[in-house]
Design a protein around this ligand. Structure first.
Ligand SMILES: [Zn+2]
Length: 222
């Protein structure tokens, strides 16, 4: 027969556990601060987890993937008539005009904000998402090894395309938007990343050929 606790005992029990947890160090790497409440992180890293999907993750500034954006812009401009690009542009256009079914109110509100800003275009969304994905493919240690980090990073990449005036959209909104982008555009973005990487490697091989030494022979001159 399980023992029954009174409400006061349960409260006391919870307070003791919270107190004990708050004596422990934050789970984020290198952080020596104390944990907050019953969570694994201090308040700073709990904020990181809510914003970027993991206590060790941080904001990826658009300037970090400037080079990748240049490559992707050139690639997508050249392949704009490809059926995959057209399909991705069409889906993104429908997303912006609220024609894609989204069950989460917060995500709908954010998409509306992007659309009403008048600054965000479907191509801009595709270019930035593919550039970010390519950057993370080349810099796999930029984010912790947790698939949720990519989900959050994709959402943040799109959300910052129009000013939000410092307002944090909430972790659920970010996760839901990230999932929506990943599920629908993931295969397209992955193919863009693969194709751009192949072209970059080809170019590198061509340039490396300039450095190949010649076999030593004998010059036929006196
Ligand atoms: Zn911490």
């Amino acid at each position: 027969m399980p023992r029954k606790y009174t409400r006061t005992q349960l409260r006391q029990h919870r307070l003791t556990h919270t107190f004990q947890n708050e004596q422990r160090e934050c789970a984020a790497s290198g952080c020596t601060k104390r944990r907050r409440g019953m969570g694994s992180y201090c308040s700073t890293h709990a904020g990181h987890r809510d914003r970027y999907g993991h206590g060790d993750a941080s904001y990826i500034r658009p300037t970090e993937y400037t080079y990748e954006r240049k490559l992707v812009t050139e690639f997508l401009t050249r392949n704009v008539d490809h059926p995959a690009t057209q399909a991705a542009l069409s889906w993104t256009r429908r997303l912006l005009s609220n024609a894609v079914r989204i069950d989460h109110d917060g995500v709908r509100r954010e998409i509306q904000r992007l659309e009403q800003s008048g600054k965000v275009t479907p191509k801009m969304i595709l270019v930035d998402l593919a550039a970010l994905w390519l950057y993370l493919h080349w810099q796999p240690r930029r984010l912790p090894d947790d698939p949720q980090c990519l989900t959050f990073a994709l959402a943040v990449c799109v959300l910052r395309l129009a000013p939000s005036y410092g307002r944090h959209q909430g972790s659920v909104t970010r996760r839901e938007l990230g999932k929506c982008l990943q599920i629908s555009l993931g295969p397209f973005l992955l193919n863009v990343v693969k194709a751009v990487e192949t072209e970059v490697n080809q170019l590198r091989e061509e340039r490396n050929a300039f450095h190949l030494p010649f076999p030593v022979g004998r010059l036929a001159v006196n």
